[in-house]
Design a protein around this ligand. Sequence first.
Ligand code: ADP
Ligand code: NI
Length: 227
Amino acid sequence: MSAVIAATAAFIEEKFQAEGSGHDWPHIRRVWQVARALAAQTPGTDLEVAELAALLHDIADWKFHGGDYEAGPRAARAWLASQHVPEATIARVEQVIREVSFKGLGVETPVSSPEAAVVQDADRLDAIGAIGIGRAFAYGGHKGRPMHDPATPPVSHADFEQYKQSTAPTLNHFYEKLLHLKDRLTTPAARRLAEERHRFMEQFVAQFLREWASEDAAQLPGATFTA
Ligand code: ADP
Ligand code: NI
């Protein structure tokens, strides 16, 4: 591992130790590891750029910086400059960070490099499956949202502004983002990994809705309520 990658990992680990919104160090460590694994399967990926971008991709999320899109790239630049990383590398890392984030179902988020593809895919893989379910409810709890409200149906956000302003119950997020992520991956390796995670999430949502309606209890002899 290069010295700058080790220093960046240590810096981010320290900074994100006690994060409660889903952007904790374990998330970033997984994205870093998975991005490295995807990079090994993706010809032409500059590993140093991919690793630095994976480590720095959530350094200053727009959601927690007044919707400022450039907060992340700017904070990443400041850190990398402090480590005397060459300008060309800094610019490439900044561009990956700009491209990573999901911005609503109706919004295209194309990637312009193999580094952006592997980091975006790794970040999306961490939003699905068992970990993705856990992170969604952790985020919803952090925001004080209900888990589910049948009176608030999911919507497809046509633009980033709408997506940013959503305060919907957490289960809606599955329909508004998570169940679509498997079809919004770029690298074949990530698409393969997504299959099992996606299946697990589908099963979870189906079971959640059955339990929400107490369907099992409704089957008991003498149950006096209807689902
Ligand atoms: P990404 O890392 O893909 O950019 P975000 O930063 O948007 O993801 O979100 C971090 C985590 O919080 C993800 O697991 C994401 O699914 C979850 N999350 C984001 N918005 C919501 C929401 N409205 N409801 C529930 N979970 C959310
Ligand atoms: Ni992330």
